[in-house]
Write a protein that binds this ligand. Structure first.
Ligand code: SF4
Length: 339
């Protein structure tokens, strides 16, 4: 072949590279539920990765989940085999003053860089460990009351539910995933709980998910999203284990709050979500539809706020985007404050 020195690449043909077939992973809660709750918030914090000024909701929900996970690990002897089968603190509950005094002493020791006081209980010890991990990610409690309330709820749950629930727990943070051709769908179930007397058959397992709120204060749209989440988990469970779980349970931890630990489970603490095959199918279809909507929003970089009435005023009140959003206050927006 003679090379044309003035046009050395004449005659060469290079094919275009093939578009790589990379599938996006969609988390049931962090993507799909978050987008359905408020697309604008999802676009800002999950897609564009802006850092929220406060992460109160993330703090409260995460600390409850992670400390309870440690309680299960404690009971199953994974921290120390010699205490297998025991509840953290043997179910003992500290008074609010004892917890607050410890928090004050700890803060004082951190300020003066002196020796830190020993946590007054195992739950408080697990709480501080988790809290330190969250602090390193910039997630903190805004007020002392929120910290106190989290410890109180954890103690109450441990005392009330621990004796019967912990021994039934088969797995925690149970990961589920499915390849849906255009994307990968994944989720993490808080607990897999065996039915009493079962032989470990997956068909006898219940899926439990902890919520930091109370059932009575949940916005109807949020409740719809929680039910949707459990139905998608049920489908993922079926794909992994070949059978549907026996039950899907939501546990509303805030229902336990009060001056003393309840002696029996409050009626609204536990909600069983119906998981009939038709409900599961429609949740899976909605999931696919939401993925399409997210992809469209990404293409146009257009993230619309939730419609007024579909999101709680409390959620909007702590949103960094509220200052130029028309949704809060029943659609009239926030009054700007000037110094
Ligand atoms: S103020 Fe409310 S509706 Fe507006 S972006 Fe924030 S959460 Fe969404």
């Amino acid at each position: 072949m003679t090379i044309n020195r003035r046009k050395p690449f004449q005659g060469f043909s290079i094919s275009f590279p093939k578009t790589p077939n990379i599938k996006r992973r969609y988390s049931v809660t962090q993507d799909i539920v978050a987008f359905r709750r408020c697309a604008r918030q999802y676009g800002a914090f999950n897609v564009h990765k802006y850092a929220p000024a406060y992460q109160t909701q993330a703090y409260f929900g995460t600390i409850l989940h992670q400390v309870l996970d440690r309680c299960h690990t404690h009971f199953h002897g994974k921290f120390d085999p010699s205490i297998i089968g025991t509840l953290p603190d043997n179910g003992r509950i500290l008074k609010d003053e004892e917890i607050l005094n410890y928090f004050d002493d700890l803060r004082q020791a951190e300020r003066t860089k002196s020796a830190k006081p020993t946590p007054p209980s195992q739950i408080v010890k697990y709480f501080i460990e988790v809290e330190n991990g969250l602090k390193s990610q910039g997630i903190r409690a805004i007020t002392k009351d929120i910290r106190l309330k989290a410890v109180r709820l954890l103690q109450y749950f441990n005392t009330l539910e621990g004796p019967t629930l912990y021994q039934r727990v088969k797995d925690t943070e149970h990961r589920l995933q499915a390849d849906r051709t255009t994307h990968i769908l994944h989720g993490v179930v808080d607990l897999l709980v065996d039915t009493p007397g079962s032989t470990g058959n997956p068909a006898d397992c219940e899926m439990w998910d902890y919520k930091g709120s109370s059932l009575l204060n949940v916005n109807p749209k949020d409740l719809e999203n929680y039910e949707f989440q459990m139905r998608v988990y049920a489908k993922l469970y079926e794909l992994k284990h070949g059978v549907l779980p026996r039950k899907a349970i939501l546990y509303f931890l805030n229902e336990l709050d009060g001056p003393t630990c309840p002696t029996q489970r409050p009626v609204n603490a536990l909600l069983e979500v119906s998981i009939t095959p038709s409900e599961i199918d429609s949740a899976v279809q909605e999931f696919a539809q939401t993925v399409i909507q997210i992809e469209q929003a990404r293409c146009n970089d257009q993230w619309n706020p939730a419609l007024t009435g579909t999101i709680s005023e409390k959620d909007c009140a702590i949103c960094d985007l509220r200052w130029d959003c028309t949704t809060p206050n029943g659609g009239s927006g926030i009054t700007l404050r000037y110094p």
